[in-house]
Design a protein around this ligand. Sequence first.
Ligand code: SAH
Length: 205
Amino acid sequence: MEISDYLQDDGITSRRVLDAMRVVPRERFVPEAHLSEAHANHPLPIGHGQTISQPFVVAYMTQALDLRSTDRVLEIGTGSGYQAAILAELAAEVYTVETIAALADRARLVLVGLGYPNIHVRTGNGYHGWPEEAPFDAAIVTAAATHVPSALVEQLAPEGRMIIPVGAAFAVQRLVMVRKSAGGRVTEESLLPVRFVPFTGEGED
Ligand code: SAH
């Protein structure tokens, strides 16, 4: 069974998201030991205690962002680089930050090999976002935060949206959709329960 087939069964309806999930070769982002499971609908270990998210969660979060081809997107938690590649299929530029240098380096190599000149990988603590490249039309955090970092909200453009798992580490979190209106008003909506690896290096806002 193909990834896009079970995504449709699970309620992913965006044609653009389904096409992106069909085009990006997930097998290039998973370790050799797990190649046979590359298209299965569950997360897989990528080393350093981290995981590549399950295809459904990648598609769900991407669909929620409702990306336009002109959008500039910020991702916190590059991991394997897979989510960044999906975003890059749908948006103009992707800025992604990873705290573990070895993962950032590997993701960069894979993404260059696949030919994504519009993905920019930075090693560092994503808690502070990427202020030099702000504002962003959309942002996605792929590690579980205890709260929504205010720097990331500040770096959203008017009419920007951000999706982020919020909750305790090593527990079930909630995906939260943060929206900034044209006038700068910020609202939050709680979506699906999820389970992500912890966001490290969180400060106080
Ligand atoms: N989006 C990834 C999945 C990432 S798993 C993929 O498609 O493969 C979460 C990643 O967030 C891990 O690689 C972890 O190292 C990273 N991370 C955790 N805290 C972070 C922080 N403060 N800044 C940047 N990256 C962080």
